[in-house]
Structure formats: C-alpha cells, structure tokens
Design a protein around this ligand. Structure first.
Ligand code: PLP
Length: 522
C-alpha cells in the first residue's frame, strides 16, 4: 500500500487545489477527472501527491516520459543549458543544442530514411507535427485527400482530427485497420489483415471508390488511443508496397510509439518498413514539448514559411530530448521494453484466464492494453450474415458472393434467424465465440480501484474499455511486479463485485475517447 502522510495541512492543500481546479478549469479537462491527485514530486515511476500519497505512474504523461519522471540525465541536460546562458527560444535559428539533437535523432532513424532525411521543427505538440506532415505531402503531391484508418488518433487540431477516427471524414478516406479481437471481417489473424490490405488496394484502384488520388497515407504502427492494437508486420509491409507502387507518401505517426516504447527504437523497425515521413513528439522532448516531422529529401519542396509556428526552437526540450534518445539507445532500453513487456503480457493473460471480464490482453513492448468485456452481453457473432465475411475462419472456406458465409447461407435456407443460427453454426464447427461487448464501466472501475491502491493507469480504446499501461522504459522488475500486483488486486475486486451484481450496468453509457462525451482522458 502507498505511504500515507496524513497531516491535516497536506489534506487541506490537496482538497483545496482540486476544488479550485474543478471550479476554474475548462470542462475540456480529462485526465484530472479520473485521476483526482495533486502531484508535487516525482521520480522515475513514482509520483507523490500533495496529500502525501505515493503512486506508481503507468500513464507517464501519456507516454511522454520514456525515462520516467525527472531522470538524472534529463535534469542534467536541462541544467547545462540553463547554466550555459544559451537563449531558451530561438525560433528556427541554428544552435549547438539543436545540432546535437538532430545528430542524435538521425542516428536512430531507419537507415533508408536517415540517409536522405530532412527534419522540420514545428509547433510543440504531436498534432502540430501531423498538420505539418499533411501540408508537406499535399505540397509535394499536389493532391489533398488523405488515407487514414479506423480507430486512429492523430491529434485534436482540425486537420489531425479529420484523420482521427472520432471525426466526420471530410478529405479523408477511412480504411480498415487490422485487428484480431474485433476483426471487422470476423476472421482475425493473417487472413484478417490480408483482407484489410486488399480493401485498401481496392479503394485505391477502383476509379469509382469515391476516393480521389490521395496526398498520403497516415498510420500508427500500434494504435494507442484506439486501444493498444499493434499492426501486424506483414500488413505494415503491405501498406509500404501498396503506397510505394502508387507513389503515395506513407506517413508513420510515431508520436506515441517512438523512442523504444514498443520494443524497437521506432515501431516501424519491427517490420523493416522505411516510411517516407515520420511524425514524432511526446518522448522525443524528454518530457518537454517538442515535435518534428522527418521526411525524405525529395518531398522537401515547401516554400520557406510553410508549416511554421512560433515555438519551434525550445532549447530545453531539445537538450532533454537529446539526453533521452541517447540514453535509450546506449542502454538498449527498447530491447528491455520488448523483454519485460512480453513477460508482463504473459502474466496478464494468466490473470485473464482467472477473470473472464478481461476479454483480451495485447500489446507490444511496454505499450500494453487490457480490454474489459461485458459477460452479460451476447458474444459478437463471428459472422452475422449481413455482409461480413464471417464464420469461415482461415482455411475453412471463403465467403460467398453475397458476402455471407456459407454457413450463414445454409442457415438462412433452413429458415433460422441469421445471428442465432450463425452462433449455433460456429459452436457446431468448434469455433471460439466472438468477443463479448466492451465494458467501459468495468474498465473505469478498475482504473478507480488501481488509484485506490496507488497505481495510475490510463483508459483507451474505441469504447474506453481498455486499461492501458505505459510505464517508463526504466521500470525495474520489482516495480513491474508491484504494478501487476496492484492491477491484479483491482481486477479481482471489480470482478467479484461484478459477479455479485454490484458493478451495475446502470451507468453504462457509450463512451468515446478524448473526453468528447465522457469524463476521461485522451
Ligand atoms: N498521434 C498519436 C499517435 C497520438 O497518440 C497523439 C496523442 O495522443 C497525437 C498524435 C497528438 O499528440 P498531441 O496530443 O501532443 O497533440
């Protein structure tokens, strides 16, 4: 249990600050609602609140803290700039600090890109880098449309939001992102991701698909806000082939996945794909705001002044970022994230076997998601006879021309309701049932129970039903064990309450990410 320093003064301070925050800050605040804490000190994985409580922080500033809070190399780098008398913001003028950052960054890039890379320092948020990348490829190709994926999150400014899955698409064609658990084609695995790739090809090659020639394709190698969904490496390579064959610039959004998080320095490294453009932010600033676009030099045809913003010269962020990139590279923290992340996923899957309210555990490196499901809801049918490819698993027969599975057609000919019958057919064929509906209220209850036990976790996913872990890459084995202990205990409490019927379905509400309709972070 976290240490509690229960002085009345600390408690008043804590409560007063929270009360004033809720009275004075915008309704748009999100993290603060689910996590009513007042951090006053932090080091590594640990945050201490104004009330004296200590928390293990697996939110890590939404993934900005690759080395955890206040890592000594980051603090030293910041102090060095402060003590040197260097100017703190210099727009896009050249400085030794920026020169060192660029050198360190280029060392880590996929070699094919590094050899011909240009970097654009843009506004300080990930969304600024996305905006800049879109402007870049639009200028380079002369086209305006973009290709983006279901479940995507690229930021909250207009154009980035347009490419994110929350928005109504305007100039964006939405393509299926492959996923096993809730595969849009009902098959998952290699076949599901191949079907997703073929869909993409057909949209691009069908002159009447309604998608004009796009300026670029943007993808997350692991969808973070979308619920921790890693793209299969084979699908990543297919996207590279498909875009290269049609001269469509491929933009990898590594804002959340970069700097070792997924078990490779950049998540595209897992597949060996060299994108044409990479958008980077969060961890590259070593906890301070910094965002860049890196791209192949032949795309660099923008006019001076294109894609600009005032805050492009934050020297402290560049110094903190250089220290972070170098530390991750020199200490092989990506490999550490891969090994520890795999072990954590294995242990969480054991937990899932014990508590079926966990529908799936997935992740890559130290980007881990635990999806909660509603055991009282019906399983999603593997195919519902209404146009999904459905019932036929890999190698068990293809969908018919009507888009229904053979089993669904057979069922219909026997006069059975399609959903009910497809379920029976699936059972008859020994197929596993599809996933249960998402349970955002259980995920929120687990988040609350974690907080009570001194563990900070994030929620995400299409229905806010995924508990997300983004611990710093420096987390020790002992700390990881403590995180899993607290999480397991929280899941046990929530599952038991749920089994007793205390965790009600009354508050069930369709939630969306980014606090648009619910009080949650994003
Ligand atoms: N791209 C991805 C993949 C993200 O996860 C995010 C933020 O979570 C963004 C872009 C936007 O970054 P920012 O919130 O810094 O604007």
């Amino acid at each position: 249990m976290p240490a509690v320093r229960d002085s009345a003064g600390a408690s008043f301070l804590h409560e007063g600050i929270l009360r004033r925050q809720s009275a004075r800050e915008s309704a748009a605040r999100t993290y603060a609602r689910a996590l009513p804490i007042v951090p006053v000190r932090a080091r590594g994985l640990t945050i201490e609140g104004a009330d004296g409580r200590r928390y293990l922080d697996c939110l890590s500033g939404a993934g900005t803290l690759a080395l955890g809070h206040n890592h000594p190399v980051v603090l030293e780098a910041i102090r060095k700039v402060l003590d040197s008398g260097a100017p703190l913001n210099v727009l896009d003028l050249a400085t030794p600090v920026k020169d060192a950052f660029t050198t360190e960054l280029f060392q880590t890039l996929p070699p094919e890109l590094a050899d011909r890379a240009r970097v654009q320092f843009c506004g300080p948020g990930g969304t600024d880098a996305v905006e800049a990348a879109f402007k870049l490829v639009r200028a380079a190709t002369g086209h305006t449309g973009m290709l983006a994926f279901t479940g995507a999150h690229h930021g909250m400014t207009d154009t980035a939001l347009e490419a994110s899955a929350l928005a109504c698409d305007m100039r964006v064609a939405r393509l299926p992102y492959p996923q096993d658990y809730r595969c849009p084609f009902g098959v998952g695995g290699a076949r599901g991701s191949e079907l997703a790739a073929r869909w993409t090809e057909s949209v691009l090659d069908d002159p009447e698909s309604g998608s004009p020639l796009p300026a670029g394709m943007i993808l997350e190698p692991v969808q973070g806000e979308g619920g921790v969904i890693p793209a299969p490496d084979a699908w990543m390579r297919r996207m590279r082939e498909i875009t290269a064959a049609r001269s469509i610039p491929l933009i990898a959004d590594e804002v959340q996945t970069g700097v070792g998080r997924t078990g490779a320095f950049w998540a595209v490294d897992h597949s060996g794909v060299a994108p044409d453009v990479m958008v980077l932010s969060k961890a590259i600033g070593g906890s301070l705001p910094l965002a860049v676009v890196v791209y192949r030099d032949d795309l660099d045809i923008g006019e001076p002044g294109a894609r600009t913003g005032t805050f492009r010269g934050n020297q402290l962020a560049m110094a903190a970022g250089t220290a972070t990139l170098a530390y991750v590279r020199e200490n092989r923290l990506a490999e550490r994230a891969a090994a520890l992340g795999s072990r954590m996923v294995v242990q969480l899957r054991e937990l899932a076997r014990e508590f079926p309210v966990i529908g799936e555990v997935r992740g890559r490196g130290l980007m881990i998601g635990v999806e909660f499901v509603d055991l009282e809801g019906d399983s999603e049918p593997i195919g519902d006879g209404t146009g999904v490819f459905g019932l036929a698993p890999v190698g068990a027969g293809a969908a018919t021309d009507s888009g229904r599975s053979g089993a669904a057609d057979a069922a219909a000919s026997r006069g059975l309701g399609p959903v009910e019958d497809v379920r029976r057919q699936a059972a008859g064929l020994g197929l596993p049932p599809g996933p249960r509906p998402p349970a955002p209220e259980l995920a929120a209850a687990v988040q609350r129970e974690c907080l009570r036990r001194g563990l900070i976790v994030e929620l995400g996913g299409r229905h806010a039903s995924v508990v997300r872990l983004l611990p710093p890459l420096t987390i020790t084995d002992e700390q990881a064990a403590a995180v899993l202990d607290r999480l397991s205990d929280a899941v046990k409490t929530v599952a038991q309450r749920h089994a007793r019927g205390d965790e009600t379905h009354q508050q069930r509400h369709r939630t969306s990410r980014h606090g648009v309709r619910v009080e949650r972070a994003g």
